[in-house]
Design a binder for this molecule. Structure first.
Ligand code: NAD
Ligand code: WQD
Length: 337
């Protein structure tokens, strides 16, 4: 089976490529390297013994995208490529709509043109917006509250409408908070600039790249007052994509939407403690005001993922922190070494 992985040199994409190669699939990556580096390909090869076929392609360029479909005999698509930083999406909404929406349109056009009938789409808990009706079920109303979340919701509509009209199958995966890295420490999250997410921020404080973590609010209605989230190991998430592809062979022309989370919530202070335990390093932090647009608690109902794709996260919070730290320790400047 040959899988086109858009955004395959990115954080979640690279881990998924490792799972795909290990499960015997052929992998073709299309990525414009706007938020990733070519070195990732060498690292994937070191882990799996196989190097994916790589095209430096921007999905907004339909002609270039079609050339990939023309040349490679693609069976299915996993569509990761997107811009994903919430504050950035508020500052540059048009760039986000153009990149995420136009990229998805072009992927669907190419699938239609080349008769490809299977797609897995990366979506996000961001589509649920400010709900605190936890655990969040897939049937919850969609109220994304920032441009990034809205592009994810629009991507979902495009893919599911396309799948229905073309009699294609689609699995839409809504990730909660992916963290951690491959346990080899060879691949991991390499944010460009100062991270806006908690885990990369903590690990850069631990490595001395950043001075101090600001904990956004300790007056939420949670056991210790800090925000509670559903963290999931990126390798569990990657394995969820393999299950989703397998499911596509069964559902054929249906659309299935599932949450991928651990189903458990951990507070910011619990994450700091776990990370300190895994790394043996004290994290310098200070309580700061709440961040605008944050909810107190957000975690997934994972019943459907278990029932429909037979998937459940296996790695616990200690493992997530340990693997995150191994990656950070071995690559203090990310892929630039
Ligand atoms: P990432 O930035 O590490 O990876 C995305 C990749 O897509 C990058 O390599 C980037 O260069 C590429 N890309 C972006 N726009 C492109 C374009 N127009 N053409 C070609 N390549 C392009 O991000 P990630 O964390 O791996 O996220 C992957 C997907 O998962 C995204 O769709 C994101 O919205 C979704 N998601 C991420 C998280 C998270 O916390 N990381 C949570 C929920 C959903
Ligand atoms: C986690 C917790 C913060 C940074 C976002 C998107 C979601 C998905 C993952 C893409 C919160 C607190 C954070 C810091 C802190 N991405 N925090 N200090 O906001 O839950 O989710 O990223 O789709 O859709 O919404 O993740 O990692 O930013 O925050 O105290 O420096 O850590 O307040 O409680 P979030 P996060």
């Amino acid at each position: 089976m040959k899988v086109l992985v858009t955004g395959g040199t990115g954080y979640i994409g690279s881990h998924t490529c490792v799972s795909l190669l290990n499960s015997g699939s052929d992998v073709v990556i299309a990525d414009n390297l706007s938020n990733s580096r070519l070195e990732v390909l060498n690292r994937i090869e070191k882990i799996t013994g196989k190097k994916p076929v790589f095209y430096k392609t921007d999905l907004r360029d339909k002609t270039e995208l079609y050339k990939i479909f023309e040349k490679e005999n693609i069976d299915s698509v996993i569509h990761f490529a997107a811009l994903k930083t919430i504050p950035d999406s508020i500052a540059h909404p048009l760039e986000y709509y153009e990149n995420n929406v136009a990229g998805t349109m072009n992927i669907c056009h190419a699938m239609k043109e080349y008769n490809v009938k299977k797609i897995v789409l990366s979506s996000s808990a961001a589509v649920y917006g400010l709900t605190d009706n936890n655990p969040i079920k897939e049937t919850a109303p969609l109220f994304p509250y920032n441009p990034y979340g809205r592009t994810k919701m629009i991507q979902e509509y495009i893919v599911s409408d396309f799948a229905k009209s073309e009699k294609a199958g689609a699995v839409i995966l809504r990730y909660f908070n992916p963290i951690g890295a491959h346990e080899s420490g060879l691949i991991g999250e390499d944010p460009m600039g100062t991270p806006s997410n908690l885990m990369p921020y903590i690990s850069q404080v631990a490595s001395g790249r950043l001075e101090k973590l600001f904990v956004f609010g300790n007056d939420y209605n949670t056991p210790d007052g800090t925000g509670v989230r559903d963290y999931i190991h990126v390798c569990d998430l990657a394995e969820g994509h393999i299950k989703a592809l397998e499911k596509l062979d069964i559902i054929k022309d249906k659309v299935l939407t599932v949450n991928l989370g651990s189903g458990h919530g951990y507070s910011v202070l619990e994450i700091i403690k776990s990370f300190e335990k895994a790394s043996g390093i004290k994290i310098n932090y200070e309580i700061a005001p709440r961040r605008e647009g944050d909810v107190g608690t957000c975690f997934a109902d994972i019943t459907l993922a278990q029932k429909e794709i037979g998937w459940k996260a296996k790695r616990n919070i200690e493992k997530m922190c340990l693997d995150e730290w191994t990656w950070q320790k071995l690559n203090p400047k990310g892929y630039e070494y």
